[in-house]
Ligand binder design. Structure first.
Ligand SMILES: Cc1ncc(COP(=O)(O)O)c(C=O)c1O
Length: 470
């Protein structure tokens, strides 16, 4: 099968699913299919992609949690990548190059305050590992304060900083000296922070944890506590960075400059992987890096091609002032969602977020899965927060236009109508504690969805419905 093939035959589709199931994950293939999320991404454009399975256009409200800020398949970034390929490969990680220099200059030009020093990493988790190593190495201290429900990745230190048992329990014991506090709770921080603490690490807007915005007072107070005890303040801006929340970086809402900041995902427009750790130009950190130049290494991080793409991404965001679009479109979506909440108080408990990082909290946990399924049926790909299944994340590309926003809101309205069809059954069951537990159980949800999908496929319902929209 040609790699670039956009139109898939029934045989292609069968082969894709069977090979994924056999060689990648049977469980994942089954789960995605059960919830109508068995999209096959073919053409990617603007705020979405074409589903090769049924030929429908899908709005991407997941964007791998913030990878496609500049839009999917952005022609300007693709052009930069094509140009780069004429001259560069990944480059040699020990050597310097003009394109690396230009990228570092670009990053420094948009960085908050003096947080303008750069270490390359191969991905988000690797950047978090590097940030924690830097904080521990420079301060000579061990304790790391992280947030409950936080998500920082699956590598060594990043997994240890993850605030949910679900990700951790298979690998315990993880790194010692990680202490967890509730996001937003300053008293809890004050109880555990001290001169033995190397770093406080957090996402300025908690993503996987359920979209909780760290307000200005909270972030400023963290800065004060860190200053008081010589603690490194680490902001994980892997989801929040590059315009997503209405500023280039989320820290810039409050004016708080972190000592260390991690960036990945949209750094390369979703076209070529890259990641960085940025840190303040202060002697404690610069001296440490100078004395230990090889304390963190990556062969692919900071590759020449990644840097060329990164330059184009920053240029594109700055030229189009995309953070302003994130803020204004985010406000319209918020307003629309608030009115949907008003019409459906039994389903939506709260709407929160900043810019185009928006969370919808349902009144019951099981509704996260039901809504993912209902949205997919109507053409939106959205998934709930991994660390908070009751909250659906909406993180559409920040290039979105007002007309597309209205389409998105209309689909959400339709999805709620579809979801209501399940409610005569789920509502009474959710009042009985044991049955509610079953409803919230992901394995039960998959099993039930799987049966429904099985019959829909046999009766040709899925194909008939989706073909109408294609
Ligand atoms: C906030 C945050 N930190 C870290 C990571 C880990 O990034 P990666 O998957 O590139 O290792 C993610 C990925 O989802 C993330 O959202």
């Amino acid at each position: 099968m040609a790699l670039w093939k956009d139109t898939l035959t029934d045989n292609d589709k069968k082969l894709i699913f069977s090979l994924f199931s056999r060689h990648i994950s049977k469980g994942q293939t089954k789960t995605m299919r059960a919830a109508h999320l068995d999209f096959i991404e073919t053409r990617r454009k603007g705020i979405g992609f074409t589903d090769g399975l049924f030929g429908r256009k899908i709005i991407d409200c997941f964007t791998s949690a913030g990878c496609f800020n500049v839009g999917r398949g952005n022609p300007e970034i693709i052009k930069a990548l094509n140009e780069a390929l004429k001259t560069y490969d990944i480059g040699t990680n020990l050597l310097q190059s003009n394109v690396k220099k230009e990228f570092i200059k670009k990053l420094a030009s948009v960085a908050p305050g003096d947080c303008n020093q750069v270490i390359f990493a191969s991905g988000g988790g690797d950047a978090i590992d590097c940030a924690i190593k830097l904080a521990r190495g420079a301060t000579g201290r061990k304790k790391i304060i992280a947030m409950k429900k936080a998500y920082h990745g699956h590598t060594g230190y990043s997994l240890s900083a993850n605030g949910k048992d679900y990700y951790r329990h298979l690998f315990e014991p993880l790194e010692p000296n990680f202490v967890f506090v509730q996001f937003g709770d300053l008293d809890a921080i004050r109880q555990v922070a001290g001169i033995d603490t190397a770093a406080i690490i957090l996402e300025p807007v908690q993503g996987e944890g359920g979209i909780f915005v760290g307000d200005d007072y909270y972030l400023k107070s963290l800065r004060t506590i860190c200053n008081q005890f010589g603690i490194m303040l680490i902001f994980d801006e892997i989801q929040t960075g590059f315009g997503r929340t209405g500023r280039m970086f989320a820290s810039q809402h409050s004016g708080v400059v972190p000592d260390i900041m991690t960036l990945a995902k949209s750094i390369s427009g979703g076209l070529f992987p890259n990641a960085v750790v940025m840190y303040r130009n202060i002697p404690l950190l610069t001296q440490y890096v100078k004395s230990n130049p090889e304390f963190h290494q990556s062969i692919t991080g900071g590759s020449d091609i990644g840097c060329a793409v990164g330059i184009a991404v920053i240029d594109y965001i700055v030229k189009n002032r995309l953070w302003e679009n994130a803020e204004s479109m985010g406000n319209i979506i918020m307003e629309g969602l608030l009115s949907i909440q008003h019409e459906n108080p039994d389903i939506i408990k709260e709407i929160r977020g900043r810019g185009l990082m928006i969370g919808v909290e349902y009144t019951h946990e099981y509704m996260g899965a039901l809504m993912a399924d209902s949205l997919a049926r109507h053409g939106i790909f959205a998934v709930y927060s991994g660390n908070q299944p009751q909250v659906m994340r909406f993180m559409v590309p920040i290039t979105i236009h007002e007309q597309e926003v209205q389409t998105m809101l209309n689909i959400i309205r339709k999805a709620i109508v579809t979801m209501r069809m399940y409610m005569p059954l789920t509502k009474p069951l959710s009042k009985i504690p044991l049955l509610k537990k079953l409803l919230d159980d992901i394995h039960v949800q998959i099993a039930v969805f799987d049966i429904i999908r099985y019959f829909e496929d046999i009766l040709g319902i899925t194909k008939r419905n989706y073909s109408k929209e294609a």
